[in-house]
Ligand binder design. Structure first.
Ligand SMILES: Nc1ncnc2c1ncn2[C@@H]1O[C@H](COP(=O)(O)OS(=O)(=O)O)[C@@H](OP(=O)(O)O)[C@H]1O
Length: 403
């Protein structure tokens, strides 16, 4: 009451013009401080990423809110939709589950404590201002292939890096959605701060005729990553995926040949055609120099993920932040999984559609396929200047398929 009455006294005595100017300057000051608070919190997530990788990872893993990175990661996972596999928690034994739950409770308390350290106003502002901090940019690097090479494992490991922001799903822009335009494509990307790299992965680009030209016309200096794997194993992996969706399809042995008696391989079958890497690479080399391409060995990505990641980070001009500390070999899964740093013992493995059990394939068919691919592989080694040593695997491949 007193306040209102003193205000009315104030308004009655002071000319309206001065009052208006006073109110305006107050509003401008308020706006300025709000923007400054936003600005400070805009800076924060990047530094936070470096300092609290473990905590951010935990928030992302448990789905607990509280950090922008966790929220946007969750959003990206949501967008990922069908066909996208994320690193997921592997089933733990009851004792391990109990230990993990206790550790999780500890971490939640720590997280809560950290959260309480921020004033309400501060965190509110952060939530409001950082929901779309940074800027959406077209990718500076793309994992263009190959299908079933290990592209998801690579992308998920790269996403651990604080300077990498990647769209979770496969945009298929340069093959299926090109007519939607670059603005549509850019809009799919997560926002990035200066110094962060925007990435995506769509393995089918590698075998798409128009893709090299289209990508070149978007960004001639783009960095291209290709994860390659023994084309015979890749073909079986590809077939295994199709089989899981359509159990009624003919056997691999039937599909692989035009005429089995004559030993005529059906190179038009996509599962086999994709593995003729030299052929596809030829089209990319018409648009991009080799220095803009990096080839990851799908086999080494499994046995030495940190080693392959070091090379990828160097290629992308990133600090080597993702190292052996981030990986854990999960015996149940039979693959490396992402370890949560420092305070967590719970790994994140890729989902069930990655690392499927392959059907047993006739060893004679495997041998013939190796023979078929050999000259193309040699050409590929020559073109890339890298020997992927797939020929050395011939024996073990035939042996394992007989098991
Ligand atoms: N860490 C880890 N965990 C699980 N799987 C791994 C991992 N690293 C590489 N791989 C291999 O990745 C193969 C799937 O490749 P992609 O992710 O490129 O497949 S896809 O094209 O996106 O469908 C998948 O092929 P399959 O084993 O045939 O399922 C795996 O062998």
């Amino acid at each position: 009451m007193a306040f209102w009455s003193s205000t009315s006294v104030f308004t009655s005595k002071v000319p309206r013009k001065i009052l208006f100017m006073f109110t305006l300057s107050l509003s401008v000051t308020y706006l300025f401080y709000s923007l400054m608070s936003c600005y400070n919190s805009l800076q924060f997530p990047l530094q936070e990423n470096y300092a609290y990788q473990g905590r951010l990872g935990f928030a992302e893993f448990t789905g607990a809110g509280g950090t922008t990175t966790a929220a946007s990661a969750a959003r990206e996972r949501g967008e990922a939709g069908r066909g996208t596999v994320e690193w997921t928690r592997t089933q733990a034994s009851p004792t391990r589950a109990a230990a993990a739950a206790a550790a999780a409770a500890d971490r939640t308390t720590a997280l809560e404590r950290e959260r309480q350290e921020f004033s309400t106003t501060d965190s509110d502002l952060r939530a409001n201002c950082t929901s779309d901090y940074g800027e959406k940019k077209l990718p500076q690097a793309i994992i263009i292939g190959v299908k079933k090479g290990g592209t998801r494992a690579l992308l998920e490991a790269l996403r651990v890096h604080p300077d990498v922001r990647a769209v979770g799903n496969e945009p298929h822009f340069f093959d299926r959605n090109y007519e939607k335009g670059l603005d549509w494509y850019r809009d799919l990307m997560p926002s990035t701060l200066e110094g962060q790299i925007t990435m995506e992965k769509t393995p089918s680009y590698f075998v798409t005729n128009h893709a090299p030209k289209r990508i070149h016309s978007m960004a001639r200096d783009i960095k291209l990553i290709i994860v390659v794997r023994n084309p015979v194993t890749r073909a079986i992996s590809d077939y295994t995926q199709t089989l899981s969706k359509k159990p009624e399809i003919p056997t691999f042995e039937v599909l692989a040949f035009k005429n089995r008696t004559l030993g005529l391989i059906d190179a038009s079958w996509s599962a086999l055609r994709i593995g003729i890497y030299a052929l596809h690479l030829e089209s990319w080399m018409q648009y991009f120099p080799l220095s803009q391409m990096h080839f990851v060995s799908g086999e080494r990505l499994i046995v030495d993920p940190a080693g392959e990641m070091a090379k990828v980070q160097d290629f992308l001009g990133l600090k080597r932040i993702v190292t052996d500390k981030h990986f854990y070999f999960n015996k149940t899964k039979g693959f490396p999984c992402l370890k949560k740093p420092e305070d967590s013992s719970t790994p994140r493995c890729l989902g069930k559609s990655k690392g499927r059990t392959h059907p047993t394939i006739d060893s004679d068919v495997i041998r013939r396929l190796h023979k078929f691919y050999k000259p193309f592989n040699m050409m590929f080694y020559q073109m890339t200047g890298q020997n992927f040593e797939w020929e050395l695997e011939d024996d073990s491949e035939s042996r394992s398929s007989q098991d």
